[in-house]
Design a protein around this ligand. Sequence first.
Ligand code: AMP
Length: 397
Amino acid sequence: MSDFKTLDDLDAKGKTCLVRVDLNVPMTEGKITDTTRIERILPTLHELLEKGAKVVLLAHFGRPNGKVEPKMSLKPVVPALAHALGMPVAFATDSVGPIAREAVAGLVPGEVILLENTRFHPCEEKNNPPHAKDLAQLGDVFINDAFSAAHRAHASTEGLTHYLPSYAGRTMQAELEALSSGLGNPAHPVMAIVGGAKVSSKLELLQNLMTSVDMLVIGGGMANTFLAAKGMDVGNSLCEHDLAETARHIMASAAENKCEIILPVDALAAKAFKAHAEHRVADVNDIQSDEMMLDAGPATIAIVKAKLDTAKTLVWNGPFGAFEMKPFDSATMAIAQHAANLTQKGQLTSVAGGGDTVAALNLAGVRDTFTYVSTAGGAFLEWMEGKPLPGVRALEK
Ligand code: AMP
C-alpha cells in the first residue's frame, strides 16, 4: 500500500479531472524527436477515459518566463498526443480564464483537452494562490502524473492540491514506488554510485547518501578530487583542488556513519581529452603531470563488480568516466552490464537517474533491464539528496 493517494482511491466517472503531465518533449523545428514522455502518460489517460472521466491536461513547455512565447506553445504536441492516444485531442489557447473555462465546459465524458503552456502566466511559477484557485475552478479533482516537475512548487504541481482532492497518476505512482525501493525503504546492503564531472554539483547528494547507504562508490571526474584530497598527484585530471577539505570532511563523516567509501585504484590515463586518445592503464598513485584520468581502470571495475555482488540495492547517478568518448566509456558500460545481470537474476534492485546517466545506460543497452531508470533530471537528484518534493508531499495521504 502506498502512502499517497492513487487512482485506486478515485471514482473518476463523470468527473472533470485536471491531469498535470510532462509534455516537455524534445522538439527540433516544430517536430517532436522523442515521444517517450508522451508514451509515459498514456496509462493514466486511458484509465481515466475508460472510466468515463473528462480529461483536462495541464503541462508546461520550455521556459517562457511568464510570457506568451508562440515558439513555446503546446499546440504542436497535439497531433502526436492524439496519435499516441488513438483519439482526437482538443486544444485551448489558454490554461485559465474564459477561454479555458469555455473549452472545458464543452467536454463530454471520455473526451480529452490539452490547455496551453501553464508557464505563459507568471503566477504559475510563483505559485500564486488566486491563480491556483482559477486553475482549480476548471475541474473536480487533480491528478499529478509529472514526477519530473514535482520538485517545483508551482500552481499546477502543488498549488492546485490546496483546492482539489489530489491523486498520483499511474506514472507518478510507478516512479514513487520504484524510488522508495531504492532509498525509501531499501533492502540492505545498499550501494550508491555517484560519478560525473564535479564534486561541487553533488555535495548535498554525497552528504545525504552517506547517512543512508552502506557503500558509496565515487567515480568519474569527482573521484579525482577525493584522490587529490588523500594526497595523490592527479596530474592534469579534472579536479577541484579547492574542495580538498570538503572531500576529507565527507570521507570522515562517512566513516562515522559506517558507510564504506570506494574510490578508483586505477585509471585509463591519457594526455589528450578526445575519443580514441592514446592511453594507458595506470595506478592512481602513478599519474604523470601531463596525464588525465578519463575513466576507471580494470582493477577498479573488478572491485566495484565484486562489491556489487554483495549488494541488494543499487542507486546510481553519474558516469565513471568521460563516457561520450570511446574507450573512456568502458568502466560505465562494464559496471552497468554487471548491475543489469544481477538485476535480471533477481539479486539486485537497481535504480538510476539523471540526464547523463540515462544516456550512459542507454548506450550500455541496459535501460530496460534495470529495475527503474528515472528520466526526471532535477527531481531525481533532489530525491537522491533526500529533499522533500513539494509536488509529491502534497499527494500524501
Ligand atoms: P554530471 O553531469 O556531473 O553527471 O557529469 C557528467 C559528465 O562528466 C560527462 O559529460 C562525463 O564526460 C564527465 N566526466 C566523467 N568522468 C570524467 C573524467 N574522469 N574526466 C572528465 N570528465 C569526466
